[in-house]
Design a protein around this ligand. Structure first.
Ligand code: ADP
Ligand code: G6P
Length: 465
Protein backbone atom coordinates (compact mmCIF):
# COMPACT_ATOMS: atom_id res chain seq x y z
CA UNK A 1 0.00 0.00 0.00
CA UNK A 2 2.54 2.61 -1.06
CA UNK A 3 1.60 6.29 -1.39
CA UNK A 4 -1.97 5.74 -2.50
CA UNK A 5 -4.15 7.21 0.26
CA UNK A 6 -5.56 10.69 -0.10
CA UNK A 7 -6.83 10.78 3.48
CA UNK A 8 -4.79 9.31 6.31
CA UNK A 9 -5.51 9.24 10.02
CA UNK A 10 -2.55 8.62 12.31
CA UNK A 11 -3.36 7.65 15.90
CA UNK A 12 -1.54 5.64 18.54
CA UNK A 13 -4.25 3.02 18.46
CA UNK A 14 -5.99 1.38 15.58
CA UNK A 15 -9.79 1.47 15.96
CA UNK A 16 -9.73 -2.24 16.74
CA UNK A 17 -7.87 -4.06 19.43
CA UNK A 18 -6.75 -7.67 19.70
CA UNK A 19 -9.08 -9.79 21.84
CA UNK A 20 -6.78 -11.06 24.60
CA UNK A 21 -5.56 -14.58 23.87
CA UNK A 22 -7.60 -14.84 20.69
CA UNK A 23 -7.38 -14.01 17.03
CA UNK A 24 -10.39 -11.73 16.78
CA UNK A 25 -10.71 -7.95 16.96
CA UNK A 26 -12.94 -5.71 19.02
CA UNK A 27 -13.39 -1.96 19.18
CA UNK A 28 -10.54 -0.18 20.99
CA UNK A 29 -11.37 1.71 24.18
CA UNK A 30 -11.80 5.46 24.54
CA UNK A 31 -13.32 8.55 23.02
CA UNK A 32 -10.79 9.02 20.21
CA UNK A 33 -11.85 5.80 18.52
CA UNK A 34 -15.57 6.45 19.15
CA UNK A 35 -15.22 9.78 17.35
CA UNK A 36 -12.81 9.06 14.51
CA UNK A 37 -14.10 5.63 13.42
CA UNK A 38 -17.38 6.94 11.92
CA UNK A 39 -15.46 9.72 10.13
CA UNK A 40 -13.07 7.18 8.63
CA UNK A 41 -15.83 4.88 7.45
CA UNK A 42 -17.52 7.72 5.59
CA UNK A 43 -14.29 9.08 4.05
CA UNK A 44 -12.69 5.76 3.14
CA UNK A 45 -9.26 6.73 4.34
CA UNK A 46 -6.37 4.78 5.76
CA UNK A 47 -5.76 4.54 9.50
CA UNK A 48 -2.17 4.17 10.71
CA UNK A 49 -1.91 2.90 14.29
CA UNK A 50 -0.90 0.25 16.79
CA UNK A 51 -2.78 -3.03 17.27
CA UNK A 52 -2.61 -2.89 21.07
CA UNK A 53 -0.33 -5.94 21.37
CA UNK A 54 3.41 -5.74 22.03
CA UNK A 55 5.78 -7.07 19.38
CA UNK A 56 3.04 -7.95 16.90
CA UNK A 57 4.02 -7.59 13.23
CA UNK A 58 0.99 -7.31 10.97
CA UNK A 59 0.38 -6.52 7.32
CA UNK A 60 -2.15 -3.85 6.39
CA UNK A 61 -5.72 -5.19 6.54
CA UNK A 62 -9.34 -4.12 6.19
CA UNK A 63 -11.70 -4.32 9.16
CA UNK A 64 -15.17 -2.86 9.65
CA UNK A 65 -14.89 -0.99 6.32
CA UNK A 66 -11.60 0.74 7.25
CA UNK A 67 -8.13 0.29 5.75
CA UNK A 68 -5.75 -0.25 8.64
CA UNK A 69 -1.96 0.00 8.58
CA UNK A 70 -0.41 -1.42 11.76
CA UNK A 71 2.66 0.17 13.35
CA UNK A 72 4.63 -2.19 15.52
CA UNK A 73 5.60 -1.49 19.14
CA UNK A 74 8.05 -3.68 20.99
CA UNK A 75 7.48 -4.58 24.63
CA UNK A 76 10.04 -1.90 25.51
CA UNK A 77 8.19 0.72 23.43
CA UNK A 78 4.95 -0.15 25.17
CA UNK A 79 6.58 0.25 28.55
CA UNK A 80 8.52 3.45 27.86
CA UNK A 81 6.55 5.26 25.14
CA UNK A 82 2.93 4.17 25.79
CA UNK A 83 2.73 3.39 29.50
CA UNK A 84 5.63 5.72 30.23
CA UNK A 85 5.87 9.04 28.42
CA UNK A 86 2.31 9.04 27.06
CA UNK A 87 0.44 7.84 30.12
CA UNK A 88 2.70 8.48 33.10
CA UNK A 89 4.08 11.85 31.91
CA UNK A 90 1.81 13.64 29.42
CA UNK A 91 -1.58 12.31 30.56
CA UNK A 92 -1.26 13.51 34.19
CA UNK A 93 0.55 16.72 33.20
CA UNK A 94 -2.16 17.69 30.73
CA UNK A 95 -4.90 16.78 33.25
CA UNK A 96 -4.02 19.35 35.90
CA UNK A 97 -1.34 17.09 37.49
CA UNK A 98 -4.11 15.18 39.30
CA UNK A 99 -1.44 12.48 39.62
CA UNK A 100 2.26 13.39 39.73
CA UNK A 101 3.84 13.19 36.24
CA UNK A 102 6.99 11.09 35.82
CA UNK A 103 9.89 12.83 34.03
CA UNK A 104 12.25 10.17 32.74
CA UNK A 105 14.78 10.58 29.94
CA UNK A 106 14.56 7.00 28.70
CA UNK A 107 10.80 7.47 28.33
CA UNK A 108 11.35 10.64 26.32
CA UNK A 109 13.85 8.86 24.04
CA UNK A 110 11.27 6.14 23.40
CA UNK A 111 8.61 8.77 22.65
CA UNK A 112 10.87 10.34 20.00
CA UNK A 113 11.69 6.93 18.52
CA UNK A 114 8.10 5.74 18.28
CA UNK A 115 6.87 9.08 16.91
CA UNK A 116 9.51 8.72 14.17
CA UNK A 117 8.13 5.30 13.33
CA UNK A 118 4.57 6.63 13.04
CA UNK A 119 5.73 9.55 10.86
CA UNK A 120 7.60 7.17 8.54
CA UNK A 121 4.55 4.88 8.26
CA UNK A 122 2.27 7.82 7.40
CA UNK A 123 4.78 9.13 4.84
CA UNK A 124 4.71 5.69 3.19
CA UNK A 125 0.96 5.53 2.62
CA UNK A 126 -0.01 9.16 1.88
CA UNK A 127 -0.38 10.10 -1.78
CA UNK A 128 1.08 13.31 -3.24
CA UNK A 129 -0.59 16.30 -1.55
CA UNK A 130 -2.73 14.05 0.71
CA UNK A 131 -4.44 15.17 3.90
CA UNK A 132 -2.91 13.55 6.97
CA UNK A 133 -4.70 13.96 10.27
CA UNK A 134 -2.56 13.19 13.31
CA UNK A 135 -4.37 12.47 16.59
CA UNK A 136 -3.67 13.13 20.23
CA UNK A 137 -0.97 13.50 22.85
CA UNK A 138 0.90 10.28 22.05
CA UNK A 139 1.98 11.68 18.67
CA UNK A 140 2.78 15.36 19.18
CA UNK A 141 6.15 15.11 17.40
CA UNK A 142 4.70 13.49 14.30
CA UNK A 143 3.59 16.70 12.50
CA UNK A 144 7.12 18.14 12.28
CA UNK A 145 8.71 14.76 11.54
CA UNK A 146 6.20 14.13 8.79
CA UNK A 147 6.66 17.57 7.27
CA UNK A 148 10.42 16.96 7.10
CA UNK A 149 9.77 13.72 5.19
CA UNK A 150 6.87 14.93 3.06
CA UNK A 151 6.59 18.71 2.67
CA UNK A 152 3.86 18.18 0.04
CA UNK A 153 1.25 17.00 2.58
CA UNK A 154 -1.49 18.95 4.32
CA UNK A 155 -1.03 18.08 7.97
CA UNK A 156 -3.67 18.51 10.66
CA UNK A 157 -3.32 17.66 14.33
CA UNK A 158 -6.09 17.29 16.89
CA UNK A 159 -5.55 17.03 20.64
CA UNK A 160 -8.38 15.08 22.30
CA UNK A 161 -7.31 15.93 25.84
CA UNK A 162 -6.87 19.31 27.57
CA UNK A 163 -3.84 21.46 26.75
CA UNK A 164 -2.45 22.82 30.01
CA UNK A 165 -1.79 26.43 30.95
CA UNK A 166 1.84 27.65 30.82
CA UNK A 167 2.26 27.31 34.62
CA UNK A 168 1.89 23.52 34.28
CA UNK A 169 3.38 23.00 30.82
CA UNK A 170 6.60 24.69 31.99
CA UNK A 171 7.35 21.64 34.14
CA UNK A 172 8.03 19.49 31.10
CA UNK A 173 11.77 19.17 30.46
CA UNK A 174 11.12 18.71 26.72
CA UNK A 175 8.58 21.53 26.45
CA UNK A 176 10.12 23.29 23.45
CA UNK A 177 10.44 20.06 21.47
CA UNK A 178 6.74 19.31 21.95
CA UNK A 179 5.71 22.75 20.69
CA UNK A 180 8.06 22.45 17.70
CA UNK A 181 6.59 19.04 16.93
CA UNK A 182 3.05 20.42 16.88
CA UNK A 183 4.08 23.39 14.76
CA UNK A 184 4.84 20.99 11.93
CA UNK A 185 1.07 20.95 11.32
CA UNK A 186 -0.85 23.46 9.21
CA UNK A 187 -3.74 23.39 11.67
CA UNK A 188 -3.58 22.41 15.35
CA UNK A 189 -7.02 21.66 16.79
CA UNK A 190 -8.05 21.68 20.45
CA UNK A 191 -11.31 20.92 22.24
CA UNK A 192 -11.75 24.39 23.74
CA UNK A 193 -10.67 27.96 22.90
CA UNK A 194 -8.74 28.21 26.20
CA UNK A 195 -6.49 25.33 25.16
CA UNK A 196 -5.74 26.94 21.78
CA UNK A 197 -4.92 30.18 23.61
CA UNK A 198 -2.57 28.29 25.98
CA UNK A 199 -0.75 26.84 23.00
CA UNK A 200 -0.35 30.18 21.22
CA UNK A 201 0.86 31.84 24.42
CA UNK A 202 3.41 29.07 24.97
CA UNK A 203 4.74 29.37 21.41
CA UNK A 204 5.25 33.07 22.02
CA UNK A 205 6.92 32.67 25.40
CA UNK A 206 9.01 29.56 24.87
CA UNK A 207 9.88 29.78 21.18
CA UNK A 208 9.77 33.53 20.69
CA UNK A 209 7.42 32.91 17.80
CA UNK A 210 5.47 35.81 16.32
CA UNK A 211 1.76 35.27 16.84
CA UNK A 212 -1.20 37.02 15.24
CA UNK A 213 -4.42 36.25 17.13
CA UNK A 214 -4.62 32.43 16.99
CA UNK A 215 -1.95 32.01 14.34
CA UNK A 216 1.70 31.24 14.97
CA UNK A 217 4.34 32.18 12.42
CA UNK A 218 6.88 29.42 12.24
CA UNK A 219 9.62 28.64 9.73
CA UNK A 220 8.01 30.78 7.06
CA UNK A 221 4.58 29.20 7.51
CA UNK A 222 1.47 30.27 9.35
CA UNK A 223 0.20 27.60 11.75
CA UNK A 224 -3.41 27.98 12.82
CA UNK A 225 -4.53 27.01 16.35
CA UNK A 226 -8.30 26.61 16.66
CA UNK A 227 -10.93 25.02 18.88
CA UNK A 228 -13.19 22.25 17.53
CA UNK A 229 -15.26 20.65 20.31
CA UNK A 230 -15.57 17.00 19.38
CA UNK A 231 -18.89 15.16 19.40
CA UNK A 232 -20.67 11.83 18.96
CA UNK A 233 -22.11 9.75 16.15
CA UNK A 234 -25.75 10.76 16.59
CA UNK A 235 -26.91 8.62 13.64
CA UNK A 236 -25.41 5.45 15.11
CA UNK A 237 -26.94 6.09 18.54
CA UNK A 238 -30.35 6.90 17.06
CA UNK A 239 -30.29 3.67 15.12
CA UNK A 240 -29.36 1.72 18.25
CA UNK A 241 -32.14 3.12 20.40
CA UNK A 242 -34.70 2.53 17.67
CA UNK A 243 -34.14 -1.23 18.02
CA UNK A 244 -36.81 -3.04 19.97
CA UNK A 245 -34.28 -5.38 21.58
CA UNK A 246 -32.30 -2.42 22.94
CA UNK A 247 -35.47 -1.01 24.52
CA UNK A 248 -36.36 -4.39 26.02
CA UNK A 249 -32.85 -4.70 27.34
CA UNK A 250 -33.21 -1.26 29.00
CA UNK A 251 -36.40 -2.45 30.77
CA UNK A 252 -34.64 -5.62 31.81
CA UNK A 253 -31.68 -3.67 33.25
CA UNK A 254 -34.04 -1.46 35.26
CA UNK A 255 -35.84 -4.51 36.62
CA UNK A 256 -32.53 -6.24 37.45
CA UNK A 257 -31.43 -3.14 39.35
CA UNK A 258 -34.44 -3.42 41.63
CA UNK A 259 -36.88 -0.87 40.24
CA UNK A 260 -35.58 2.21 42.16
CA UNK A 261 -34.01 5.35 40.72
CA UNK A 262 -31.03 4.35 38.57
CA UNK A 263 -27.85 6.44 38.64
CA UNK A 264 -25.24 5.49 36.08
CA UNK A 265 -21.51 6.07 35.58
CA UNK A 266 -19.74 4.83 32.43
CA UNK A 267 -16.02 5.54 32.18
CA UNK A 268 -12.62 4.16 31.44
CA UNK A 269 -11.16 3.32 34.84
CA UNK A 270 -9.09 6.49 35.04
CA UNK A 271 -8.16 8.80 37.92
CA UNK A 272 -9.27 11.81 35.88
CA UNK A 273 -12.89 10.64 35.87
CA UNK A 274 -13.79 11.46 39.48
CA UNK A 275 -15.26 8.01 40.16
CA UNK A 276 -14.26 7.91 43.83
CA UNK A 277 -15.75 11.37 44.44
CA UNK A 278 -19.13 10.43 42.97
CA UNK A 279 -19.29 7.14 44.89
CA UNK A 280 -18.35 8.87 48.11
CA UNK A 281 -21.09 11.46 47.65
CA UNK A 282 -23.64 8.76 46.83
CA UNK A 283 -22.62 6.63 49.84
CA UNK A 284 -22.92 9.60 52.18
CA UNK A 285 -26.52 10.15 51.10
CA UNK A 286 -27.31 6.79 52.75
CA UNK A 287 -25.29 7.68 55.83
CA UNK A 288 -27.30 10.94 56.08
CA UNK A 289 -30.56 8.99 55.54
CA UNK A 290 -31.39 11.12 52.54
CA UNK A 291 -31.73 7.86 50.61
CA UNK A 292 -32.84 4.40 51.65
CA UNK A 293 -31.49 1.16 50.12
CA UNK A 294 -33.83 0.16 47.32
CA UNK A 295 -34.86 3.73 46.66
CA UNK A 296 -31.83 4.48 44.46
CA UNK A 297 -29.03 2.40 43.05
CA UNK A 298 -25.74 3.34 41.39
CA UNK A 299 -24.45 1.30 38.43
CA UNK A 300 -20.81 2.09 37.76
CA UNK A 301 -19.37 0.54 34.61
CA UNK A 302 -15.60 0.95 34.35
CA UNK A 303 -13.63 -0.19 31.29
CA UNK A 304 -10.25 -1.65 32.20
CA UNK A 305 -7.58 0.83 31.11
CA UNK A 306 -3.76 1.11 31.16
CA UNK A 307 -3.63 -1.67 33.70
CA UNK A 308 0.13 -1.82 34.04
CA UNK A 309 0.51 1.85 34.97
CA UNK A 310 0.88 2.20 38.74
CA UNK A 311 -1.63 5.03 39.25
CA UNK A 312 -4.30 2.94 37.49
CA UNK A 313 -3.60 -0.06 39.70
CA UNK A 314 -3.87 2.09 42.81
CA UNK A 315 -7.15 3.55 41.59
CA UNK A 316 -8.65 0.15 40.91
CA UNK A 317 -7.82 -1.04 44.43
CA UNK A 318 -9.20 2.16 45.89
CA UNK A 319 -12.51 1.89 44.05
CA UNK A 320 -12.95 -1.79 44.82
CA UNK A 321 -12.40 -1.09 48.52
CA UNK A 322 -14.74 1.85 48.44
CA UNK A 323 -17.54 -0.09 46.73
CA UNK A 324 -17.08 -2.94 49.22
CA UNK A 325 -17.23 -0.55 52.15
CA UNK A 326 -20.32 1.33 50.96
CA UNK A 327 -22.21 -1.85 50.10
CA UNK A 328 -21.04 -3.47 53.34
CA UNK A 329 -22.50 -0.62 55.29
CA UNK A 330 -25.71 0.27 53.47
CA UNK A 331 -26.82 -2.58 51.22
CA UNK A 332 -29.53 -5.03 52.20
CA UNK A 333 -29.62 -8.70 51.28
CA UNK A 334 -30.24 -8.91 47.54
CA UNK A 335 -30.04 -5.16 47.03
CA UNK A 336 -26.58 -3.61 46.85
CA UNK A 337 -26.55 0.18 46.65
CA UNK A 338 -23.67 0.16 44.14
CA UNK A 339 -23.27 -2.26 41.23
CA UNK A 340 -19.68 -2.05 40.05
CA UNK A 341 -18.65 -3.74 36.80
CA UNK A 342 -15.03 -3.68 35.69
CA UNK A 343 -15.66 -4.44 32.04
CA UNK A 344 -16.40 -2.95 28.66
CA UNK A 345 -19.67 -3.41 26.80
CA UNK A 346 -20.74 -3.35 23.19
CA UNK A 347 -22.63 -0.36 21.80
CA UNK A 348 -26.08 -2.03 22.11
CA UNK A 349 -25.61 -2.68 25.82
CA UNK A 350 -24.30 0.85 26.37
CA UNK A 351 -27.31 2.35 24.59
CA UNK A 352 -29.62 0.19 26.74
CA UNK A 353 -27.81 1.38 29.87
CA UNK A 354 -28.24 5.01 28.81
CA UNK A 355 -31.96 4.41 28.29
CA UNK A 356 -32.21 2.72 31.68
CA UNK A 357 -30.52 5.54 33.62
CA UNK A 358 -32.58 8.20 35.39
CA UNK A 359 -29.44 10.13 36.31
CA UNK A 360 -26.23 10.02 34.29
CA UNK A 361 -23.32 10.98 36.53
CA UNK A 362 -20.28 12.40 34.71
CA UNK A 363 -17.90 13.95 37.22
CA UNK A 364 -14.36 14.16 35.82
CA UNK A 365 -11.78 16.21 37.69
CA UNK A 366 -10.56 17.22 34.23
CA UNK A 367 -11.60 15.91 30.81
CA UNK A 368 -10.88 17.10 27.27
CA UNK A 369 -14.53 16.69 26.26
CA UNK A 370 -16.28 13.56 27.66
CA UNK A 371 -18.27 11.82 24.99
CA UNK A 372 -20.30 9.77 27.46
CA UNK A 373 -22.19 12.92 28.47
CA UNK A 374 -23.08 13.64 24.84
CA UNK A 375 -23.93 10.00 24.10
CA UNK A 376 -26.42 9.98 26.96
CA UNK A 377 -28.09 13.13 25.65
CA UNK A 378 -28.17 11.77 22.08
CA UNK A 379 -29.93 8.60 23.31
CA UNK A 380 -32.68 10.35 25.31
CA UNK A 381 -35.18 10.97 22.52
CA UNK A 382 -37.85 10.44 25.17
CA UNK A 383 -36.68 13.67 26.88
CA UNK A 384 -36.32 11.82 30.18
CA UNK A 385 -33.27 11.53 32.38
CA UNK A 386 -30.94 14.03 34.00
CA UNK A 387 -27.27 14.72 33.35
CA UNK A 388 -25.03 15.60 36.28
CA UNK A 389 -21.90 17.08 34.71
CA UNK A 390 -18.59 18.30 36.04
CA UNK A 391 -17.61 21.89 35.40
CA UNK A 392 -14.21 20.48 34.43
CA UNK A 393 -15.44 18.42 31.49
CA UNK A 394 -14.87 19.96 28.07
CA UNK A 395 -18.56 19.32 27.40
CA UNK A 396 -19.65 21.72 30.18
CA UNK A 397 -19.73 24.96 28.16
CA UNK A 398 -21.95 23.32 25.52
CA UNK A 399 -24.31 21.53 27.92
CA UNK A 400 -24.39 23.90 30.89
CA UNK A 401 -27.91 25.16 30.28
CA UNK A 402 -29.41 21.69 30.52
CA UNK A 403 -27.09 19.76 32.81
CA UNK A 404 -26.80 19.95 36.59
CA UNK A 405 -23.25 21.29 36.80
CA UNK A 406 -21.03 20.28 39.73
CA UNK A 407 -17.59 20.83 41.12
CA UNK A 408 -16.57 17.20 41.80
CA UNK A 409 -14.06 18.26 44.45
CA UNK A 410 -16.93 19.65 46.53
CA UNK A 411 -18.49 16.51 48.04
CA UNK A 412 -21.32 18.39 49.79
CA UNK A 413 -22.16 20.19 46.55
CA UNK A 414 -22.07 16.88 44.73
CA UNK A 415 -24.47 15.33 47.27
CA UNK A 416 -26.93 18.22 46.92
CA UNK A 417 -26.74 18.02 43.15
CA UNK A 418 -27.28 14.25 43.09
CA UNK A 419 -30.37 14.69 45.26
CA UNK A 420 -31.68 17.52 43.09
CA UNK A 421 -31.16 15.34 40.02
CA UNK A 422 -32.90 12.36 41.62
CA UNK A 423 -35.87 14.57 42.53
CA UNK A 424 -36.05 16.46 39.24
CA UNK A 425 -39.64 16.45 37.91
CA UNK A 426 -40.37 15.05 34.43
CA UNK A 427 -41.34 18.47 33.00
CA UNK A 428 -38.04 19.96 34.17
CA UNK A 429 -36.16 16.93 32.86
CA UNK A 430 -37.73 17.47 29.45
CA UNK A 431 -36.95 21.18 29.46
CA UNK A 432 -33.30 20.55 30.26
CA UNK A 433 -32.94 17.61 27.90
CA UNK A 434 -34.42 19.56 25.01
CA UNK A 435 -31.78 22.30 25.33
CA UNK A 436 -28.95 19.79 25.45
CA UNK A 437 -30.30 17.72 22.58
CA UNK A 438 -30.53 20.74 20.35
CA UNK A 439 -26.83 21.35 20.81
CA UNK A 440 -25.69 17.72 20.44
CA UNK A 441 -27.91 16.89 17.48
CA UNK A 442 -26.84 19.99 15.58
CA UNK A 443 -23.15 19.48 16.37
CA UNK A 444 -22.46 15.80 15.81
CA UNK A 445 -19.15 14.18 14.98
CA UNK A 446 -19.62 14.51 11.22
CA UNK A 447 -19.98 18.24 11.58
CA UNK A 448 -16.92 18.35 13.84
CA UNK A 449 -14.79 16.49 11.28
CA UNK A 450 -16.11 18.57 8.40
CA UNK A 451 -15.31 21.79 10.23
CA UNK A 452 -11.78 20.65 11.03
CA UNK A 453 -11.05 19.35 7.54
CA UNK A 454 -12.60 22.37 5.80
CA UNK A 455 -10.40 24.64 7.86
CA UNK A 456 -7.35 22.47 7.10
CA UNK A 457 -8.02 22.63 3.39
CA UNK A 458 -9.11 26.27 3.34
CA UNK A 459 -7.46 27.83 0.31
CA UNK A 460 -7.76 31.25 1.94
CA UNK A 461 -5.28 30.25 4.65
CA UNK A 462 -2.14 31.89 3.29
CA UNK A 463 1.39 31.06 4.28
CA UNK A 464 3.06 33.78 6.33
CA UNK A 465 4.57 36.48 4.17
P1 ADP B 1 -12.16 8.83 27.26
O1 ADP B 1 -11.86 9.20 25.85
O2 ADP B 1 -11.30 9.51 28.26
O3 ADP B 1 -12.22 7.37 27.50
P2 ADP B 1 -14.89 9.72 26.66
O4 ADP B 1 -16.07 9.81 27.56
O5 ADP B 1 -14.66 10.91 25.80
O6 ADP B 1 -13.63 9.38 27.57
O7 ADP B 1 -15.05 8.48 25.67
C1 ADP B 1 -15.22 7.19 26.16
C2 ADP B 1 -15.82 6.34 25.06
O8 ADP B 1 -15.71 4.97 25.45
C3 ADP B 1 -17.29 6.62 24.85
O9 ADP B 1 -17.63 6.47 23.49
C4 ADP B 1 -17.98 5.54 25.70
O10 ADP B 1 -19.25 5.15 25.24
C5 ADP B 1 -17.00 4.39 25.60
N1 ADP B 1 -17.00 3.63 26.86
C6 ADP B 1 -16.77 4.07 28.09
N2 ADP B 1 -16.90 3.10 29.00
C7 ADP B 1 -17.23 2.00 28.32
C8 ADP B 1 -17.53 0.64 28.68
N3 ADP B 1 -17.50 0.21 29.95
N4 ADP B 1 -17.82 -0.22 27.69
C9 ADP B 1 -17.82 0.20 26.41
N5 ADP B 1 -17.57 1.44 26.01
C10 ADP B 1 -17.28 2.33 26.95
C1 G6P C 1 -8.51 8.81 25.55
C2 G6P C 1 -7.35 9.33 24.74
C3 G6P C 1 -7.10 8.42 23.54
C4 G6P C 1 -6.92 6.99 24.00
C5 G6P C 1 -8.12 6.56 24.84
C6 G6P C 1 -7.97 5.15 25.39
O1 G6P C 1 -9.64 8.87 24.74
O2 G6P C 1 -7.61 10.66 24.33
O3 G6P C 1 -5.94 8.84 22.83
O4 G6P C 1 -6.78 6.13 22.90
O5 G6P C 1 -8.28 7.45 25.92
O6 G6P C 1 -6.77 5.01 26.05
P1 G6P C 1 -5.70 3.92 25.62
O7 G6P C 1 -4.50 4.22 26.45
O8 G6P C 1 -6.34 2.61 25.95
O9 G6P C 1 -5.45 4.06 24.16
Amino acid sequence: MSRESEFVVVANRLPVDRVAGGNGWRRSPGGLVSAIAPVMRSRQGTWVGWSGAAGEELDPFVEDGMRLVPVQQTAEDVELYYEGFSNATLWPLYHDVIAPPVYDRAMWDAYVRVNERFAAAAAEVASEGAVVWVQDYQLQLVPAMLRALRPDLKIGFFLHIPFPPPELFYQLPWRRKILEGLLGADLVGFQLPGAAANFVRLCRRLLDARTVKQDVEWEGRRVRARAFPISVDVGELRELISRQEVRWRADEIRADLGGGIVLLGVDRLDYTKGITQRLQAFGELFADRELKPGEAVFAQIATPSRERVEQYQLLRDQIEQQVGRINGEYAELGSPVIHYLHTSYDREELAALFLAADVMVVTPLRDGMNLVAKEYVACREDLRGVLVLSEFAGAAPELRRGAFLVNPYDIDGLKETLLAAIRCEPAEQARRMRVMRKRVLEHDVDRWAAEFLDELEDPAAQPAG
